[in-house]
Design a protein around this ligand. Structure first.
Ligand code: BTN
Length: 269
C-alpha cells in the first residue's frame, strides 16, 4: 500500500489532540502521528492539496526520506528527533511567504530557550544553531493563488534527544540533549512550540512584520559582524546589519550603504 496516499491504521499511531496534551486554540486540532513516514512534508503537501483544516499537523517518529532545503537529505531515521509539518492557511500576500520562515525560527528559538535555558541563534533564513552547530531546520513551501497564499506547509526538524549525531553531519549538527545533557519530552516541547507559534502568527497577522522582526533580530546569528559572501561570482564583504521588511538580509557595505541580499553564497564561518 502506498503510505503517502493511504497510511494504514497500524502506521497511524494516533490522531488525538488530547493524546498530545495540546493546549493551543486551533493549531494541531487535526493531528496525524505516524511511527514512520517517508517524509511528513510530502504527506502534509498532499493533505494540503486535499484541502484539510487550517492548522493540521503531521508528525512522524522517524522518516525514511526526510528532506531539507535544496533537496538535501535530512537525517531523521531515528525517533529521537521531532519531525513534523504544519499546514496553515493564513490571509497573506504571496510576497510575504518568507515571513513565515522567519516567524517559525523565532518561535523555535524562543521555545528552545524556554525549555533548556540555552539561547540559540537564527542563521538566516532557516537554520537554528547552538554554538555554531545546527540543532533545527525549517522548510517552508507554499501554494499561491492570485498573489495570495492558499496554504503553507512548514516542515520542522529538531534534533532533540540524540546522544550523538550521524557521522555525516556530526561536525556541523547537534541536538538539545548533546548541548544540555538533558532529555526532553516531545509532547511538551511540541505544545510549547505550537503555543508560541500560534501567538506569534496572530500578532504578525494583526500588526505586521515589525513585531516579528524585532524578535528575530534578538536571536540573529552574526548580527553586527563582518561577513563574506559571493554574488554573481564576485567576493564581497560587509556588516550584517539586519533584515528588511521583505525578509532580505541587510548588509552594510564599505560605503555605509545598506544592500539587501536575497540569495547569495554566504561564508558564515
Ligand atoms: C533544512 O534545514 O534544510 C530544513 C529541514 C527540514 C526537515 C523537516 S523534518 C520534518 C519535515 N519533513 C521533511 O522531510 N522535512 C521537514
Amino acid at each position: 500500500m502506498d503510505l503517502i496516499n493511504s497510511p494504514t491504521r497500524k502506521q497511524l499511531i494516533d490522531q488525538e489532540y488530547d493524546d498530545w496534551k495540546l493546549t493551543t486554540n486551533w493549531l494541531g486540532k487535526t493531528l496525524e502521528h505516524y511511527a514512520v513516514l517517508p517524509s511528513t512534508q510530502e504527506l502534509a503537501l498532499k493533505r494540503a492539496q486535499d484541502d484539510v483544516k487550517d492548522g493540521t499537523i503531521i508528525i512522524a517518529d522517524s522518516q525514511t526520506n526526510g528532506r531539507g532545503q535544496l533537496k538535501r537529505t535530512w537525517h531523521s531515521s531515528d525517533s529521537k528527533g521531532l519531525w513534523f509539518s504544519l499546514i496553515i492557511k493564513p490571509e497573506l500576500e504571496s510576497e510575504n511567504a518568507h515571513h513565515l520562515t522567519l516567524l517559525t525560527a523565532v518561535a523555535l528559538s524562543e521555545t528552545i530557550r524556554a525549555v533548556s535555558s540555552i539561547q540559540p541563534k537564527i542563521k538566516w533564513p532557516n537554520d537554528i544553531l547552538i554554538k555554531d552547530k545546527k540543532v533545527a531546520g525549517i522548510l517552508t513551501e507554499t501554494k499561491t493563488d492570485h498573489l495570495k497564499i492558499r496554504y503553507a506547509v512548514i516542515g520542522i526538524g529538531l534534533n532533540l534527544n540524540q546522544s550523538a549525531m550521524h557521522a555525516d553531519i556530526q561536525d556541523h549538527a547537534t541536538s538539545l540533549k548533546i548541548e544540555s545533557s538533558k532529555r526532553f519530552d516531545k509532547k511538551l516541547f511540541l505544545n510549547a512550540f505550537l503555543t508560541r507559534f500560534e501567538g506569534l502568527l496572530e500578532i504578525y497577522l494583526k500588526d505586521g512584520f515589525d513585531s516579528v522582526k524585532g524578535e528575530w533580530l534578538k536571536h540573529a546569528f552574526r548580527l553586527g559582524e563582518v561577513i563574506h559572501y559571493k554574488t554573481a561570482g564576485v567576493n564581497k564583504r560587509g556588516v550584517l546589519a539586519g533584515i528588511s521588511d521583505d525578509g532580505a538580509l541587510l548588509i552594510k557595505n564599505e560605503n555605509n550603504e545598506l544592500k539587501p541580499l536575497y540569495s547569495a553564497e554566504i561564508m558564515w564561518f
